[in-house]
Design a protein around this ligand. Structure first.
Ligand code: NAD
Length: 255
């Protein structure tokens, strides 16, 4: 992986940061792209001088263009893109949801994934190879009350993954999505602290009896971009401890 590069959005924290660490350990040069530019820079410094951090709002076309140009200047190639940046729904009843937040959730996940893929995909097509990993959610494949925008955005990401995978398969690109279950990150810890998620009930709903660690999702991303996955494109890889496989009544585990 000496010269290979990975651009990971939302990588200053949570799952993205675990991915940045995992890809760096695997030998990739990593570009940490995050809304929080200072944290992105300090995280990159933590990884070492081969890596870079940059401020980007994935909903802004000009930010995305600037990021792609920075990747050109700094690395000169784009082998991997992970579209990971995300924000949570407010978990409000449908009748109380405001359109501003609804729009922002759709923009960060759906528009952000589209614009990043378009900018970096163009460079991968020119090079004749590349792998894109998008981050979905179990909220996008099953009905979760109070998560209209988040669920719809994540379902849209899966649809877009399939469309881009089919369009770009002949040009050497692979596009796949990971469907994480519940992962112990700041995003989920905040929902638990606000009483929007009951951690004990949640653990009992998961057949494996515990939440994922961010590194579990990073491991799946490393697999999807690796040579071992060379014939895999347009797929979704569920990493949820059995959450979506469970269909019985009652608890799935003792938690
Ligand atoms: P997190 O809040 O810990 O980290 C998200 C990162 O994204 C932050 O560093 C934040 O600054 C950045 N970000 C937010 N908006 C951005 C924007 N507009 N442009 C660039 N960066 C932006 O969240 P996480 O739990 O690590 O989630 C990462 C991804 O995984 C998200 O797409 C989320 O929807 C998805 N996901 C998380 C879980 C979970 O249980 N944590 C489950 C399923 C899917």
């Amino acid at each position: 992986m000496q010269d290979q590069t990975a651009i990971i959005t939302g990588a200053a924290d949570g799952i993205g940061w675990a991915m940045a660490q995992g890809f760096a350990e695997a030998g990739y040069r990593v570009l940490i792209a995050d809304l929080d530019g200072d944290k992105a820079a300090s995280r990159a410094a933590e990884l070492g001088t081969a890596h870079a951090g940059a401020a980007v709002d994935v909903t802004r076309d000009s930010d995305v263009t600037a990021l792609a140009e920075l990747a050109d200047a700094r690395f000169g190639r784009c082998d991997v893109l992970v579209n990971n940046a995300g924000i949570a729904d407010r978990h409000l009843p449908t009748l109380e949801q405001d359109m501003e937040h609804f729009g922002r959730v759709l923009d960060v996940h759906l528009k952000g994934t589209f614009m990043m893929s378009r900018a970096i995909g163009a460079r991968m097509i020119a090079a004749g190879s590349g792998a894109i990993v998008n981050i979905g959610s179990i909220a996008g494949v099953s009905g979760m009350p109070r998560r209209n925008a988040y669920g719809a955005a994540k379902a849209g990401i899966v649809s877009m993954t399939r469309a881009m995978a089919c369009e770009w398969a002949g040009q050497g690109l692979r596009v796949n999505a990971i469907i994480p279950g519940y992962v112990e990150t700041a995003l989920v810890r905040a929902l638990i602290a606000e009483g929007k998620i009951d951690a004990d009930r949640l653990r009992r709903r998961i057949p494996m009896g515990h939440l994922a660690q961010p590194g579990d999702i990073a491991a799946a991303a490393l697999f999807l971009v690796s040579g071992q996955a060379r014939y895999i494109t347009g797929t979704t890889l569920t990493v949820d401890g059995g959450w979506s496989a469970f269909g019985d009544s009652g608890d799935a585990s003792s938690g």
